[in-house]
Design a protein around this ligand. Structure first.
Ligand code: NAD
Length: 481
């Protein structure tokens, strides 16, 4: 579809505040009915959504190709399969998750039974980025439907073709008072953040995450922040260099490095540096060949702003004495940037400060474990950390001395694909968790329910007037319970 046609399809890109409020009110009015739905009704919706997603699979592939040259196979694995496998997992477990759970009751509360009841948060807002627009909008949506919420989805303005297809899919399955997908940019997001949502699930940059959290504070809306940062890869002296290079190159160059969990930079044991650089060049060649600019397996940079930013970082580093081992060149017309590996970077280079989010890999050698961990600890806690080491003892040492949202050992990226594990960051890389049960909980209120079964209760004794014997009882309880 041409951009012109797209624009007319999304003419309502920024409805007036009163129109937005009316849509929000419709969601609020319908939320109690959604909260009362049982697991089978929610699963039916999820299966219907999955059928619609698969019906639009080709359109999604074409849209992502138009938005930033993403290869259809990469779309299938990273955008479609991630969502379908999430739906399958949720539908397998939803009845058990919704049932809540019993909780133990302490001896000091005889005659009580305790439990945790699960209720939806109510009306939720999902704001998503452009780099995996389908997966990062629809996985949280699946969790929010599973938890029984009404919701607004606001995908990124930078993938207009994909957002238009997603809007059609959502409209074909859900009434607008249940799931409402609104297209638009920063202004639309700002208007939405004025509304008193019960929960905001934001995926994007730490800078915008701060804005979202400040806006949420005004309504005391809870937030899940899935942010980014500089995710390091460590290649120690015991690492299998060929394997490390292959998996780092794969993780760095998928989506042209525009992945929140891409290895941002590599720390390599000094003794391995030369051999690692050679293996990296071999790995890049074996993945993408010699004519990478003509290789359609390799994605393009999303827009000119990001293209200029990345080329500016490379130029700044080279002008300040860094060495290019491959790449460095680009084509502004197609927004192609060659896989770029760079060493000898000055400490003040943006390459070592900013999240790169592109196919540019700084490689830094370290002399000791302490030096490598100090380098990581001097930066905000990353979303991912990658360890390449054959020694289990050394793997544990790296794990114990670092912090991050998630870790993968001797591989990259795959932690995202196991939805039995929580996915999320730590402080600057975000907080709150997504995927599977953790995503379901993000959109639920765990409500504690305690029931007294008898007429008599120990708590009836702990009432004024406070006799001296009650003080003695308190002393015994403090000492022994
Ligand atoms: P972004 O923060 O610029 O935009 C994300 C969303 O916020 C978009 O929908 C956008 O329209 C909206 N937005 C932009 N400015 C806003 C404002 N001032 N107020 C309110 N909303 C606003 O992020 P991006 O460029 O789309 O994506 C790249 C970033 O996302 C990277 O930092 C990356 O690491 C991160 N990311 C994180 C994850 C994760 O799961 N943790 C996944 C993908 C991307």
């Amino acid at each position: 579809m041409s951009l012109q046609a797209l624009k007319s399809e999304t003419a309502e890109i920024h409805p007036q505040a009163d129109v937005l409020k009316a849509r929000f009110d419709a969601l609020v009015a319908h939320a109690p009915a959604l909260a009362r739905t049982d697991a089978s009704a929610r699963k039916k919706k999820l299966w219907a959504f999955m059928a619609a997603l698969l019906r639009h699979r080709l359109e999604i592939q074409e849209a992502l190709q138009a938005d930033f040259g993403k290869h259809p196979t990469e779309t299938d694995f990273s955008e479609i399969l991630t969502v379908t496998s999430e739906i399958r997992l949720v539908c397998r477990h939803l009845s058990a998750w919704m049932a809540g759970r019993a909780a133990a009751t302490p001896l000091t509360l005889p005659g009580h039974r305790s439990g945790v009841m699960i209720q939806p948060k109510g009306v939720v807002l999902i704001l998503s980025p452009w780099n995996f627009p389908v997966n990062l909008t629809f996985i949280p949506m699946v969790s929010a439907i599973a938890s029984g919420n009404a919701m607004v989805l606001k995908p990124s303005e930078h993938t207009p073709h994909t957002s238009a297809v997603m809007a059609r899919i959502v409209q074909s399955v859900f009434p607008a008072n249940e799931v409402c997908l609104l297209q638009g940019g920063k202004e639309m997001a700002e208007s939405l953040l004025e509304l008193p949502f019960n929960h905001i699930f934001f995926t994007g940059s730490p800078a915008v995450g701060r804005i979202v959290m400040a806006k949420a504070a005004r309504h005391l809306a809870s937030v899940t922040l899935e942010l980014g940062g500089k995710s390091p890869a460590i290649v120690d002296e015991t690492a299998n260099l060929k394997l490390a290079a292959n998996r780092i190159a794969w993780g760095k160059l998928m989506n042209a490095g525009q992945i929140c969990i891409s290895p941002d930079y590599v720390l390599v044991a000094e003794s391995q540096m030369e051999a690692f650089l050679v293996e990296m060049k071999n790995a890049i060649r074996s993945l993408y060949g010699d004519a990478i600019s003509a290789n359609m397996d390799y994605a393009r940079i999303i827009n000119t702003g990001h293209y200029d930013r990345l080329m500016g970082y490379i130029q700044h580093a080279v002008e300040n004495g860094a060495t290019l081992h491959c790449g460095g060149e680009g084509n502004p017309a197609s927004r192609y940037i060659a896989p770029t590996m760079i060493t000898g970077i000055g400490a003040d280079s943006p390459l070592l400060e900013e999240e790169l989010f592109g196919p540019v890999l700084p490689v830094i050698s370290y002399k000791s474990e302490a030096e490598a961990t100090a380098f990581i600890q001097a930066r905000p806690k990353p979303l991912a950390l990658y360890i390449f080491s054959k020694s289990r003892k050394q793997q544990d040492a790296w794990l114990n001395q670092t912090r991050s949202g998630g870790v993968a050992v001797n591989t990259t990226l795959v932690q995202f694909f196991n939805n039995e594990m929580p996915f999320g960051g730590d402080n600057n890389s975000g907080f709150g968790k997504a995927h599977g049960y953790y995503g379901f909980l993000a959109f639920s209120n765990e409500r504690s329910v305690i029931r007294q079964q008898f007429r008599w209760s120990l708590s009836d004794l702990v009432q004024p007037p406070y006799h001296p014997w009650l003080q003695k009882l308190a002393s015994i309880l403090v000492k022994w319970f």
